[in-house]
Unconditional design. Structure first.
Ligand code: NAD
Length: 346
């Protein structure tokens, strides 16, 4: 089943097995002057030929380093110069083929080159398909995670779960952290479904299709309500991320794994300041999937990075905390409370 969503807040999002075959027609509708495909070393080996064949037009190709290394100002500068030297105009298109890190940096580059060019995202990891590529947040790292970025929804996003066929199991596990996040933040039924499965379901095609469709729909619903994270609605999806981003930066763990620990720590904070009581249930689900739940960093160092968090509007940390499975409250929290919860989670 292929579903199409279209709105100014999220652009056109085409989701489902086989949606990659629509790429050429969708890009033709945008009538780009030139096209640059940007991908990463791993993904290029696996999927670039297929995309070039499907696209059936002349395109420049640039291959970046894999993972977080690409989310860097120097990489952006290099790309901007390349675009300029190759004669890319405002009516040209950047196509990102890769995981969440690549989507973030290419989204950012597309948003600032000539004040914004056409952008298409083809996310190739579970995490990018259900989260990073949807909703227009772009970002690069600078001391802290995603400190520099813009809101810039892609004109066309193609979410084809077939691209996950080559994804190593470890990356599927990584992506499942964000699936669990959707369950806790918005979708009790989704959480209960994950409670029932075992790790072997991660390679089950119908399970993955269902998860991708449900999470994309959840995310689009929230982004349309609050595209620029101003009313608190979109902040719900930051559950696990205030502490998780600090852990990611300190430990070098992959995003999903850091968020897994971040969610457990934030559940502990929730137990201190809300009526939430399900931390052990959350921990059990994450551990069953093979995700880490134990904090392995100095709580004071974590707190120092939390101070750089974008949600901390007036200096105090703001956290998205569950009140029960499927429901989130946005709360300003004292630093001492966070330290207490981090102490319990280490
Ligand atoms: N903008 C947002 O709203 C948002 C939301 C969530 C996460 N993020 C960002 O996403 C990033 C994490 O994304 P990620 O988990 O996709 O990591 P990633 O982009 O680093 O990709 C993980 C690895 O998977 C490999 N890979 C990608 N697709 C593959 C495929 N089909 N087959 C085989 N290997 C493949 C990549 O080469 C890489 O080594 C973080 O930087 C995070 O901040 C952004």
């Amino acid at each position: 089943m292929v579903k199409v969503y279209s709105s100014p807040e999220v652009g056109k999002v085409i989701v489902g097995r086989g949606s990659l075959y629509r790429l050429k027609d969708e890009l033709d509708l945008l009538r780009p002057f030139k096209v640059m495909i940007v991908t990463t070393e791993n993904v290029a080996k696996l999927w670039l030929d297929r995309v070039l064949t499907l696209l059936d037009r002349v395109a420049d190709v640039t291959v970046l380093e894999d993972g977080e290394l690409a989310k860097d100002l120097k990489v952006v500068e290099r790309l901007l110069v390349e675009l300029l030297r190759k004669g890319f105009t405002r009516k040209s298109l950047l196509l990102a083929l890769g995981g969440g890190a690549l989507c973030d940096v290419i989204g950012f580059t597309a948003s600032i080159y000539m004040r914004g060019v056409l952008l298409s995202l083809v996310p190739t990891t579970l995490l990018a398909q259900i989260d990073a590529a949807i909703g227009g947040k772009t970002g690069i790292n600078l001391e802290g995670k995603n400190v520099v970025g813009t809101f810039y929804p892609a004109h066309v996003t193609i979410v084809d779960p077939e691209l996950l066929n080559t994804l190593p199991k470890e990356e599927l596990v990584n992506g499942m952290a964000e699936v669990v996040k959707y369950g806790i933040a918005l979708d009790q039924q989704l959480f209960e479904l994950i409670e029932l499965i075992d790790k072997s379901s991660l390679t089950d095609v119908s399970f993955l299709d269902k998860v991708v469709h449900e999470c994309v729909e959840d995310k689009i619903r929230i982004v349309i309500k609050d595209p620029r994270e101003e009313t608190g609605e979109r902040m719900k999806l930051n559950f696990g991320h205030t502490i998780g981003h600090a852990i990611e930066r300190l430990s070098g763990l992959e995003h999903g794994r850091a968020i897994s620990i971040g969610m457990v720590c934030e559940c502990r904070v929730a137990e201190l300041v809300t009526e939430f009581k399900d931390t052990d249930r959350v921990k059990a689900v994450l551990e069953k999937l093979g995700l880490p739940t134990q904090l392995n960093a100095d709580p004071k160092a974590v707190l120092k990075l939390i101070r750089m968090d974008k949600k901390s509007w007036y200096g105090k940390p703001i956290l998205a905390l569950p009140t029960k499975i499927g429901s989130i409250a946005i709360k300003e929290v004292e630093e001492e409370t966070i330290l207490r919860a981090l102490g319990e989670a280490s």
